[in-house]
Ligand binder design. Structure first.
Ligand code: NDP
Length: 463
């Protein structure tokens, strides 16, 4: 066997790359992992983690309002963006330290440099101007926000990357997109007191989610004061003399705002990575094409996470990393399981969902039963808040299997995690029915909806 510098070289120190590097090193493999920016990747540095911290920050105004009904008088409140950012930065630095320490302890070599492929086994460390070799290479370079180059003035817009680092909180913002990031940031900015507009090209925000969740969230966001313009796109963005921006819209109106944000999807991070030099095949949006074991068309080069554009979620990248290590180093070929992935949108109210939407289930099965409850959660009784909670189970009538579970409301993400176990285990509605409720809780609705709200037979609703 040829003598390589490393058994495994990982390009990209995000969730997937770090997990794979750490596990391989802990199995005694000679591992190096290169990262050009910061360890932790999008999730830790400028994604899920800081986002959730910002979500918490943006929820306080409603908590202050709700406190009155419970007898509290909250004095004058004031928000300081600089404090939030500094505290967020401190927490992110702590987490980055943990990622590094984990790699270090396992014995992986940490390389702070951009790394690009020069051949099947050769990697150039750009920052150090040297070439190293590895028996196997794992590409886990993630993704980056779609910059929307076709939009005149796109360079004036921020993306989620910059949203975490703004020097000042804008007074107004318009955000393009109707996916996770657009919706989550619209709620964050609105909660922090920013006049917020969401501009979405389609009929309803959050395509691919259950329609009930989409329209109910839309309604709740508008009720809070977020403006949502559907069937609308930016036509051009211009900077004004006063430093603000004019966002010209397809509906022939112009909005003047402090910031314009693009949240229109993320692209695999493969530009200039040397994939062609190494002979690695990519797809139409630049994603690395892999087989069921995350192997590219080059037999010693693998790819996991967002760069493969399978399912762009942190836990999926981590799962793919663990399957890969089983396959390569534990003599246990394992394919990632992408079925029944629970997910949360940290909107306000929050969405938690797993399995098929009502629409997809109706398309797939001859008959489905829908169990649906819409109610005001108990905590809103004394607060006087009118926001409602939605819970929905989608059941395949013949087998009685629960094939979809959807929640909109407080802690929906936490519920989705637990619901996912039941759905993954293919439990039936009867299993739900014979489960004792936890009382008083909002989640008890999930096991007390005994009668279907309606059925869908051959694609048609029958009440
Ligand atoms: P999404 O894929 O969720 O949404 C992209 C949105 O942009 C869609 O509404 C899409 O519209 C719209 N869009 C795409 N192209 C254009 C265009 N040219 N002009 C106008 N609108 C356009 O991407 P995000 O950027 O929100 O997030 C990226 C990924 O990150 C997500 O897929 C998700 O997996 C992950 N993520 C997960 C989070 C979580 O788990 N809570 C949080 C944040 C991100 P249409 O619907 O019509 O296609």
């Amino acid at each position: 066997m040829a003598d390589y510098d490393y058994d495994l070289f990982v390009i990209g120190g995000g969730s997937g790359g770090v997990r794979a590097g750490r596990l391989a090193a802990s199995l005694g493999k000679r591992v190096a992992i290169a990262e050009e920016y910061r360890f932790g990747g999008t999730c830790v540095i400028r994604g899920c983690v800081p986002k959730k911290l910002f979500v918490y920050a943006s929820q306080f105004p409603e908590h202050f309002e709700d406190a009155a009904g419970y007898g509290w008088s909250v004095g004058e409140t004031r928000f300081d963006w600089t404090t939030l950012k500094a505290n967020k930065d401190r927490e992110i630095a702590r987490l980055e330290g943990l990622y590094r320490a984990g790699l270090d302890k396992a014995g992986a070599e940490i390389i702070e440099s951009r790394a690009v492929l020069e051949g099947k086994h050769e990697i150039r460390l750009v920052g150090e101007d040297r070439v190293v070799t590895a028996e196997r290479i794992l590409v886990a370079t993630g993704g980056r926000p779609n910059p929307h180059e076709a939009l005149p003035g796109h360079e004036l817009c921020i993306t989620s990357n910059e949203a975490f680092e703004l020097k000042e909180l804008p007074r107004s913002i318009v955000i393009a997109g109707g996916g996770y990031i657009a919706v989550e940031f619209a709620n964050i900015f609105h909660g922090l007191g920013v006049e917020t507009t969401l501009v979405y090209r389609g009929k309803e925000i959050l395509g691919r989610f259950d329609n009930d969740l989409r329209s109910s969230l839309h309604e709740a966001m508008e009720a809070k004061g977020i403006r949502i313009l559907c069937h609308t796109i930016f036509s051009r963005i211009e900077k004004r003399g006063d430093g603000r921006f004019d966002a010209h819209l397809s509906n022939d109106t112009t909005m003047t705002v402090d910031q314009v944000m693009l949240a229109i999807g993320r692209k695999p991070n493969t530009d200039g990575l040397g994939l062609e030099e190494a002979g690695v095949a990519t797809g139409s949006v630049g994603e690395i094409i892999v087989d069921e074991h995350s192997r590219t068309n080059v037999d010693n080069i693998f790819a996991i996470g967002d760069v493969t554009n399978r399912v762009q979620l942190t836990p999926v990248a981590i799962h793919e990393a663990m399957c890969l290590i089983d396959t390569l180093y534990r003599d246990k070929p394992t394919s990632p399981d992408h079925d029944m992935i629970a997910t949360a949108v940290f909107s306000q109210p929050e969405i938690g969902t797993v399995g098929l939407s009502e629409e997809d289930a109706a398309h797939e099965f001859a008959e489905v039963e829908i169990y649906r409850a819409s109610f005001r959660p108990m905590r809103h009784t004394l607060s006087g808040r009118q926001e409602r909670m939605l819970m929905k189970l989608v059941v395949e009538a013949e087998s009685r299997r629960v094939v979809g579970a959807h929640v909109l409301g407080p802690d929906a993400g936490e519920m989705a995690q637990l619901l996912a176990i039941s759905l993954k285990a293919q439990l039936t509605k009867d299993d739900f029915d014979r489960t004792m409720a936890v009382h008083p809780s909002a989640a008890e609705e999930l096991v007390t909806m005994y009668q279907p709200s309606y059925r869908i037979r051959n694609g048609k609703r029958v009440d």
